[in-house]
Design a protein around this ligand. Structure first.
Ligand SMILES: Nc1ncnc2c1ncn2[C@@H]1O[C@H](COP(=O)(O)OP(=O)(O)O)[C@@H](O)[C@H]1O
Ligand code: SF4
Ligand SMILES: [Mg+2]
Length: 326
């Protein structure tokens, strides 16, 4: 057991590497193009936790889907270790599915409604042959207890569970495969604040106890700060700022990050109300900086030059021509 994964030295090869990844969707029978991801550069090392933060439509779920090989990138490269995510042989695909657990945005929709909690948890254990048949019920009980569900949940089907309980089952199912990486998309959104806090504590403990790497998608900077050592702030398909969470929140470099912090300073305040100014459509991005229509710092060159994600210090990256003072 590794109880201090946050202090672990960076491994030689990251688990995931994304190199200038683009994802375009064709609209209107191919007459228009929507840029859901644009120039994404990202790595995730073993045991690292990364929050993807941004308003609805900024490309968070698309980034996760491309990273997991569920959708192909339109351009650029996505690597898991040195190979493709998802793997290319049957054996590699099976290994990837076990090592990288994905908790879907729609946790309820991702669970077979006819299966009991016990069956939902036994399935990945059996599929990946992680326990002898006789040991599976004991392991299922262990998982149920680990995510803080009462033992009498075993026989229940998803329709009989509350929203919070469904998310716990989704977390338990993710853990059942004994993964190295957990990717969770908006896993606490829409829950009561107290239930959110319980689930966040659970995820944080799991990450610390088991040294799991985690990608946590959230529209909530407070959640990101609580759970993840690193944060990537997304705006219209681009990572506009990335760095250690406490540094980014203490001293944001991108005007958008600062705007988010000023607009939504509270832990439980969701990013449903937008900042001042109009958001362009991802299907009709303006020339120059995509944040220009909402930026207080915009200058004439921001209308011509599209700022790409660049490294400003050893651990801070920003996509802005005139970053805030560091
Ligand atoms: N399959 C798709 N076809 C067309 N557009 C899509 C598709 N999936 C996502 N998009 C668009 O891509 C952008 C990013 O979406 P998404 O990744 O779901 O954002 P987020 O998870 O941050 O809310 C949005 O403009 C969305 O409408
Ligand atoms: S590049 Fe210009 S418009 Fe864009 S965020 Fe920076 S200052 Fe604002
Ligand atoms: Mg999403």
């Amino acid at each position: 057991m590794n109880d201090a994964p946050r202090q672990a030295a960076a491994p030689a090869r990251p688990l995931f590497t994304l190199l200038d990844v683009e994802k375009r969707f064709l609209l209107d029978g191919g007459r228009r193009e929507l840029r859901a991801l644009d120039g994404i550069r990202l790595t995730l090392g073993a045991g690292e936790s990364l929050a993807l933060v941004g308003e609805s439509g900024s490309g968070k779920s698309t980034l996760v889907r491309v990273m997991l090989g569920l959708e192909p990138a339109s351009n650029g490269r996505v690597l898991f270790g040195s190979g493709a995510p998802g793997g290319s042989t049957r054996e590699e695909r099976r290994r990837f599915a076990r090592e990288v657990a994905y908790i879907y945005q729609d946790a309820r929709g991702s669970l077979d409604p006819r299966m009991s909690v016990a069956e939902l948890l036994a399935e990945p254990i059996r599929l990946h042959a992680l326990r002898a048949a006789a040991e599976i019920p004991g392991r299922v009980d262990e998982l149920i207890a680990r995510v803080g569900l009462p033992a009498d949940m075993r026989g229940k089907v998803p329709a009989e569970l509350s929203g919070g309980q469904v998310r716990r089952v989704a977390v338990a199912r993710a853990l059942a495969g004994e993964p190295r990486v957990v990717v969770a998309d908006e896993s606490v959104a829409g829950l009561d604040v107290s239930v959110q806090a319980q689930l966040l504590n659970l995820l944080r403990d799991l990450q610390r106890e088991q040294g799991l790497a985690m990608v946590f998608v959230t529209h909530d900077l407070g959640v990101a700060a609580y759970l993840c050592e690193r944060v990537a702030v997304m705006y219209l398909g681009r990572i506009v700022e990335m760095g250690p969470t406490h540094e980014v929140l203490a001293q944001p470099l991108h005007p958008y990050t600062r705007g988010l912090m000023q607009a939504f300073p509270r832990f439980d305040a969701p990013l449903t109300v937008s900042l001042a100014g109009e958001i362009p459509s991802a299907a009709a991005l303006p020339a120059g900086c995509r944040f220009r229509s909402r930026c207080e710092r915009a200058q004439p060159d921001c209308a011509d030059t599209d700022p790409v994600q660049r490294r400003l210090t050893s651990n801070r990256q920003v996509a802005c021509l005139h970053p805030l003072e560091n």
